[in-house]
Ligand binder design. Structure first.
Ligand code: NI
Length: 187
């Protein structure tokens, strides 16, 4: 058997190292000090799982945007630096996945979703994977209202971007059901 993955492991490695350096010292909120690279790895894992079972035209674009999806929003890295290193399409995808901090919260999400929809399905897949990954046990300090808000937002993501991947759509759907039953009870 001589099959190779649709995405390039060397490109994964180069992109992963870039992201790891950029996010150095950051941790995943709600965990006790777990490295932020954990979040990027799991989002990339979800996207690579979709790339394994479904055909995408530009698998590397999805994998790279997954690894870099928070690099402009959460680090000093600029659009230009991402474009210079990984090309315009990757930078544009990452930019679409970056919330405009000048907008109020609900609008920032709607605005980002609109910009994601202007990109190719690989970028949509990253947003689906991001929310799949984030629908875990919420931080203890989150109020019931915040949890409900968060899972309702996931419904919108699913409705607007689900067409990119039947595989991720079903994973997100199940995560939403699970989150509602476990974390949005009457406590
Ligand atoms: Ni994320």
């Amino acid at each position: 058997m001589s099959q190779s993955p649709s995405w390039c492991p060397q490109t994964f490695l180069d992109t992963y190292l870039f992201a790891a350096e950029a996010h150095r010292g950051q941790t995943v909120p709600g965990t006790q000090g777990l490295s932020y690279i954990l979040h990027l790895s799991t989002v990339a894992m979800e996207v690579c799982a979709a790339l394994t079972v479904e055909d995408f035209e530009r698998p590397n674009l999805g994998m790279q945007c997954a690894l870099l999806h928070d690099v402009i929003e959460d680090t000093d890295t600029t659009y230009e630096q991402v474009a210079q290193r990984f090309g315009d399409d990757v930078a544009r995808g990452v930019m679409a996945l970056t919330k405009d901090e000048g907008l109020p919260k609900p609008e920032a999400m709607a605005d980002s979703l609109q910009r994601i929809r202007d990109c190719s399905p690989e970028v949509w897949a990253v947003k689906l994977a991001d929310r799949i990954t984030n629908l875990q046990k919420p931080p203890a300090k989150w109020s019931p209202e915040k949890r409900t808000y968060y899972v309702n937002e996931a419904d919108i993501i699913l409705a607007q971007l689900g067409d990119a991947s039947a595989y991720l759509r079903e994973r997100l759907r199940l995560k939403i059901v699970e989150y509602r039953s476990q974390h949005c009870g009457s406590d």
